[in-house]
Design a binder for this molecule. Sequence first.
Ligand code: PHE
Length: 338
Amino acid sequence: MEEKIHELIETTKSKALSSQSIRELTDLKVEILGKSGALTGILRGLKDLSPDLRPAMGKIVNEAREKIEAFIALRLSELEREELDKKLSKERIDISIDKNIPLGKLHPLNVIKRKAIDFFVSMGFMVSDSPEIETTYYNFDMLNIPPDHPARELQDTFFITDKILLRTQTSAGQIRTMEKVKPPIKMISPGRVFRSDEADATHTPCFHQLEGLVVDKGITMCDLKGILSSFAKHFFDKDTTIRFRPSYFPFTEPSVEVDVSCVHCGGKGCNVCKGTGFIEILGAGMVNRRVLSGCGIDPDVYTGFAFGMGLDRITAIIHGINDARVPFEGDVRFLKQF
Ligand code: PHE
């Protein structure tokens, strides 16, 4: 019997040490030490031995079990180590690879937006944020936009409920500022606006405006003209001139549309300015008395001007982009050019 045990230890040892997977090793363990395993069988057979032989043999069997368990455990730790190494080398990330990952950069529209913000900040304006999801109260009511105004129609505006909408203009930010800040006020508020337009070469349902508002004692249209003229010269070219055309906005009185001399032909007339020599970039005017008093500002003491410029349009003019949809598409072939 002793011999049999010795043999069992040896064969199990060589099988265990040559086993190639944890699975194989586990099967071997069951085969030898399991309930109906070889060594377990020998252990059971001890009861048939004469009582005086039993303790000695029992000891031998137990020692055999310990030995077998020890080299199975040894091989198991080797196999686990190998498996981990394999897994790690498969998952290894070579950070030295692909040194030429192209770096992203700012979208041309954001470059223009930041440049415009820098200009106004240098003139002492504060930058204020205003929500894209707005109430009809701020987007229309407080801006003196009457209930029958076409902008309030369902087909022109993205309504969420009948009182909540995606803002159609950054002008809503004028009210939010005037409610919080007492004059003197000098603020700009850039951001996205939304109108329910079918996208085509000149329209997109989302676009970008930069709102400006100045309220103080003695502000006149000359101040508006002065600021916008400096802006145009700083932004486009020192020879750029601006032109005011009478217009109408419910929240400004009087209202103007502001053109800059064409940056491509210098005002001579070309296909960018459609032969007129001028390009429209914004709407503006003197803040309507009703808007001021609605915000608790006395229109007999204070006056102000406001403007809202189209950032997408300015970007398109500067870069010669002739389709309004393209900057929204995220096509790298387009973005790479800037
Ligand atoms: N909110 C106007 C628009 O979207 C522009 C504007 C702003 C006009 C401020 C006057 C004053 O067309």
